[in-house]
Write a protein that binds this ligand. Sequence first.
Ligand SMILES: [Zn+2]
Length: 109
Amino acid sequence: MIPATILIGGLRYTIEEVEDLHSIDGEKCDGLLNVDTWAIRLEARLPEKAREQVLWHEIIHAMLNQMGRIEQYKDENLIDALAFGVVSVLQSNPNYTHYRDPHLVFNWT
Ligand SMILES: [Zn+2]
């Protein structure tokens, strides 16, 4: 399930699903990140699993931007590979989901 907001590095980003998503330049795209307004937009017509993959792509963009890793932030191939890796690990380990429960995040015992 795609959440309405997500915390990334302590900043709460809104997530909006939009049909027929285009960049500010008019280019068709599946996801967009606005680092100034902390907003992520996803193409609503994509299947949910694809939207999750695109969401992780945008999350990794946001993380790299927050870290000041601007060269890597612009590296779409690197970000695609990392997003694929994260989603693959999450899907391959369905029992390893305690991070999804906000009440258990800091309970390491
Ligand atoms: Zn990208």
